[in-house]
Write a protein of this length. Structure first.
Length: 300
């Protein structure tokens, strides 16, 4: 891993603007006593430096990750547990490893009443990278932390008792910036891709959908405008087929428009050949949205 990331013009511009702003706001204080410049100029420089460090924190983390080798044990774990990675060509595996490394360097993954090991962290990172693999510059800017619960939970985040039907969710309100995943269901999705379900991919697609300002099932940030109308039409056609028991797509995808995209995306990445065979128009549109053709490197 090489080619270090560098600060952009924007970073330098903001730091310079900070220095000038602090200097100008301090002007009344040193206007009649220029000896005070020896105090205020260093203060302004320090403020500019702190702002610059803050803005470039992600760049430093990524450059630090570039200096480290992706652990061989992690490569083995990915090969054994992540079908998407296993069937990538060699050069794409290197890209996937790099993106996983960056994600793990930038996002916290914390267990709630459960331990978190390297495999758990790699599965979370893989869930994040798979949908945006064709967009290497993509950032999950509104995600700070992923919380792993031992199993499914309810709307009160309880993992014991009845009504525990939630396996993943994107937090809002006091949980803003967080994602919650059931560790049991996260592992199940990667261990059994034939079931066309993967809660990790599902929730990260919700984040992609939300990146345009709302979770509405239409990923404007990824999708070219000309595909919006065809997507809307196909989405509703498929949702109606689900309601009429004429589809093999997870029935949860017909509950709302915002759930159809992540449900269809799970199918797209888990069983691409089957999706293309049974739902060719839907497959084609998902190909346009994610800029990926999983069948290009997957055999099953």
């Amino acid at each position: 891993m090489n080619n270090p990331f560098k600060p952009s013009f924007f970073h330098y511009f903001v730091a310079t603007a900070t220095f000038l702003t602090v200097t100008m706001l301090s002007y009344p204080l040193y206007d009649h006593n220029h000896t005070l410049l020896a105090i205020y100029i260093p203060v302004a420089l320090l403020m500019a430096y702190l702002v610059f460090r803050r803005l470039t924190r992600r760049i430093r983390k990524r450059n630090k990750a570039l200096q480290e080798q992706f652990p061989e044990a992690w490569k083995t774990m990915l090969s054994e547990n992540v079908k998407f990675y296993r069937e990538l060509p060699a050069d794409k595996k290197v890209q996937f490893e790099k993106e996983v490394y960056f994600f793990l360097a930038e996002k916290r993954i914390k267990g709630i009443d459960t331990d978190v090991d390297d495999l758990d962290r790699l599965l979370v990172a893989s869930s994040a990278i798979i949908p945006i693999f064709a967009f290497p510059e993509w950032e999950y800017n509104h995600l700070d932390e992923v919380l792993l619960y031992p199993n499914s939970f309810n709307s009160n985040y309880e993992t014991a008792g009845e009504d525990r039907s939630i396996s993943g969710m994107v937090g809002n309100g006091i949980m803003n910036g967080k994602m919650i995943l059931s560790k049991k269901d996260l592992h199940f999705g990667f261990e059994h891709p034939q079931h066309k379900r993967n809660v990790g991919i599902h929730e990260f697609v919700h984040l992609l959908d939300e990146s345009d300002g709302s979770i509405d099932g239409i990923p404007d940030a990824l999708m070219e405008h000309k595909y919006a109308e065809p997507w809307f039409r196909v989405m509703h056609q498929e949702m109606q087929k689900i309601r009429n028991n004429q589809s093999d797509i997870n029935p949860y995808g017909a509950t709302t428009e915002e759930e159809f995209l992540p449900v269809a995306s799970e199918y797209f990445f888990q069983r691409p050949q089957l999706l293309k065979s049974k739902h060719p128009e839907l497959y084609k549109l998902l190909n346009k949205i994610f800029h990926q053709n999983p069948m290009g490197f997957m055999n099953k």
